[in-house]
Design a protein around this ligand. Structure first.
Ligand SMILES: [Cu+2]
Length: 190
């Protein structure tokens, strides 16, 4: 009888331990958050709009972007959308004053925009799946062509309030898509 009770106790303890491990182990794995956005002319999910996104610092964010618009769109993360817009509008003004066709102006802007943002993005503590980056590691600037879907993984290590936005200008030149309301809040909690 004694040994039967002992065996029963051991079984119960083992079962409780196993249950505890099943509960505890997932707590040590980084959580995964999935975000799906539809890019349209000119907004996220609908024109002039971008939903507020909430994530946690350090968690893996899987972002899926589908472009249902007729123009190229992008997903960029910046800490200050007004400052970023001012920087880009300066470039737009310079290019728009040139005596060249609009198509060439757009090409020139695209080059400059990507160049400036690459430099800026290096300052922030983002990690992005390197295979999904345009050019440079540690920056978040994903371009999505019409009818294309892009999925990438992103980790933001620094808590804070950011903006995600699109500063493409196809179809709106010399305005940027951001000026048509193509932006939204990104809150990264500690
Ligand atoms: Cu856009």
């Amino acid at each position: 009888m004694k040994s039967a009770a002992l065996v029963a106790s051991i079984v119960i303890i083992a079962a409780v331990a196993a249950a505890a491990i099943l509960v505890i182990v997932p707590m040590f794995q980084p959580s995964i958050r999935e975000i799906e956005l539809t890019l349209v002319d000119y907004g996220f999910n609908r024109p002039g709009f971008g939903p507020t996104l909430r994530v946690k610092a350090g968690e893996i964010i899987v972002v899926k972007l589908t472009n249902e618009g007729a123009h190229t769109h992008e997903f960029m993360i910046v800490p200050d959308k007004e400052k970023s817009l001012m920087m880009m509008k300066k470039i737009v003004e310079e290019i728009d004053a040139m005596d060249i066709p609009e198509e060439e102006k757009l090409e020139k802007y695209d080059e400059e925009h990507h160049h400036v943002m690459e430099q800026m993005m290096r300052m922030y503590d983002f990690e992005v799946d390197p295979e999904r980056l345009n050019d440079v590691p540690s920056m978040v600037m994903i371009t999505v062509e019409p009818d294309q879907t892009v999925t990438f993984r992103l980790v933001i290590n620094t808590p804070g309030e950011y903006w995600y936005l699109c500063q493409e200008a196809g179809g709106t030149w010399p305005e940027l898509h951001q000026e048509r309301g193509m932006f939204g809040r990104l809150i990264v909690e500690a």
